[in-house]
Ligand binder design. Structure first.
Ligand code: ADP
Ligand code: MG
Length: 331
C-alpha cells in the first residue's frame, strides 16, 4: 500500500471518529445550570457525552462571575468602580478591572467618544435602576456631563489615570467581559462545547454537529424573532436595545443608552446585535454602534476582524454587515 493511501485511510478514520464524537455529544442531555447574576438570569449549558463531570467547573464559572460583578458594580461601596469614581489621578485597580477599562478606552477612542465609561453621574441622574426614573432638566444634564469624555480615562502600563472627578459606569461593557471570564474558566477545565448566556448576551465554546443557531429578539414584538444567526464557529453575540430598560413620560420612550454629546437617550437605533470573538468587545461595540447609528456604527465594526452587526434603525429598517449576511436566516 502506498504511503498516500495509508494516509488517506487514516484521515478518513479520523473524520469518522470526529463525526461520531459530535453525534454522541449532541445525543446526550446537556448540563444546564442557571444563576441570578449581573441583574439577569445567567445560564450555562455544557454539551458533552458525560456533561455531569463538569458540574463543579460550572459552579466555579458562576463564582468567577460573582466576584467580577463585585469588582465592577459601581453601586457597591467597596468595588473598584466606586473607588475609581471617588478618585482623581493614578488609581490602583485589580487586573481584571484594568482589562475592562483598557478595552473600553479603545472602543471609546475608535467610536469618537460614542462609547463613554465616564457617564456615571448622568446614569444616576436619570435614575435607571432605581424605582423612580425621570427625565432631568437641561441644566441638570449639563451639570452631569461636566468632566466626562473619552479623554478622562487613560490606561497605560498597568495603571489607570483619571483626569476628572467623573463617576465611572461599566454597565456597557462589564457584562460581556464577565461572560468571557466564565468561558475561560470552562475552557481551562477542558469543556469542549458550551454556551454562557447572560440574559441574551452570550458566548459559545466549540462546535456542535450542526451550526449554532441563535435567535435574535425583535425589538418591537416581545415574542417574535427578528432573525436567527447560523454560526458554524463559536462566537460571542451581544445585543443592546432600547426595549431592555426604559420608562415612558408624556408618551415618549426614554431608555438607558445615552448619547454622550447630548446626555439624552440615543435615537438612531432600536437594537444592535454585535457578533465577535469576545463578548467584552462585542458588548462595548453594541453600545457604541447604538449611539453612532446604523451607518457610522457598521462602519466602526469594519475596523475589527471578524466582527459583524445586525442593526434595527429607528425607522424599523434592518441593516447588516456584509460578513453576517450569509450567516443569517430570516423568519
Ligand atoms: P445591558 O445589556 O445591561 O442592557 P448594554 O450593553 O446595552 O447593557 O449597555 C447599557 C448600559 O451601558 C447602560 O445601562 C449604562 O450603564 C451604560 N451606558 C449608557 N450609555 C453609554 C455610553 N454612551 N457609553 C458607554 N456606556 C453607556
Ligand atoms: Mg454594551
Amino acid at each position: 500500500m502506498s504511503r498516500y493511501r495509508l494516509l488517506a485511510i487514516v484521515l478518513l478514520w479520523f473524520g469518522v471518529a470526529a463525526a461520531f464524537w459530535h453525534v454522541l455529544q449532541d445525543r446526550e442531555q446537556p448540563l444546564i445550570r442557571t444563576r441570578l447574576l449581573l441583574g439577569t438570569v445567567v445560564e450555562i449549558t455544557v454539551y458533552d457525552p458525560h456533561p455531569q463531570r463538569y458540574i463543579e467547573d460550572v459552579e466555579a464559572a458562576f463564582a468567577e462571575m460573582a466576584s467580577l460583578q463585585a469588582l465592577t458594580d459601581g453601586s457597591r461601596r467597596d468595588s473598584d468602580v466606586a473607588h475609581l469614581s471617588e478618585s482623581v489621578g493614578a488609581v490602583k485597580v485589580a487586573p481584571e478591572t484594568l482589562d475592562i477599562l483598557a478595552e473600553g478606552v479603545q472602543v471609546g477612542q475608535a467610536s469618537g467618544g460614542a462609547f463613554d465609561m465616564t457617564l456615571g453621574r448622568l446614569k444616576a441622574l436619570w435614575g435607571f435602576g432605581s424605582a423612580h426614573p425621570r427625565r432631568p432638566s437641561a441644566e441638570e444634564i449639563r451639570a452631569a456631563l461636566v468632566g466626562t469624555g473619552p479623554g478622562m480615562l487613560v490606561v497605560d502600563k498597568g495603571e489607570v489615570v483619571k483626569r476628572s472627578d467623573a463617576r465611572i459606569d461599566l454597565g456597557g461593557i462589564a457584562k460581556g467581559y464577565i461572560i468571557d471570564r466564565a468561558v475561560a474558566v470552562l475552557e481551562q477545565a477542558g469543556v469542549q462545547c458550551a454556551a454562557v448566556n447572560a440574559g441574551g448576551d452570550l458566548r459559545l465554546i466549540g462546535r456542535r454537529a450542526g451550526p449554532w443557531r441563535i435567535g435574535i429578539r425583535h425589538p418591537r414584538q416581545a415574542d417574535a424573532l427578528l432573525a436567527t444567526l447560523v454560526l458554524p464557529e463559536p462566537m460571542a453575540i451581544v445585543t443592546s436595545g432600547d426595549y431592555e430598560r426604559f420608562f415612558e413620560q408624556n408618551g415618549k420612550r426614554y431608555h438607558h443608552l445615552f448619547d454622550p454629546d447630548t446626555g439624552l437617550p440615543a435615537e438612531r437605533c432600536q437594537s444592535v446585535t454585535v457578533v465577535s470573538a469576545r463578548a467584552g468587545l462585542a458588548d462595548a461595540l453594541a453600545t457604541a454602534v447604538f449611539v453612532l447609528g446604523p451607518k457610522a456604527g457598521l462602519a466602526l465594526l469594519e475596523r475589527y476582524p471578524r466582527t459583524w452587526g445586525l442593526v434595527v434603525a429607528a425607522d424599523g429598517s434592518t441593516l447588516i454587515s456584509p460578513g453576517l449576511r450569509e450567516r443569517v436566516a430570516w423568519p
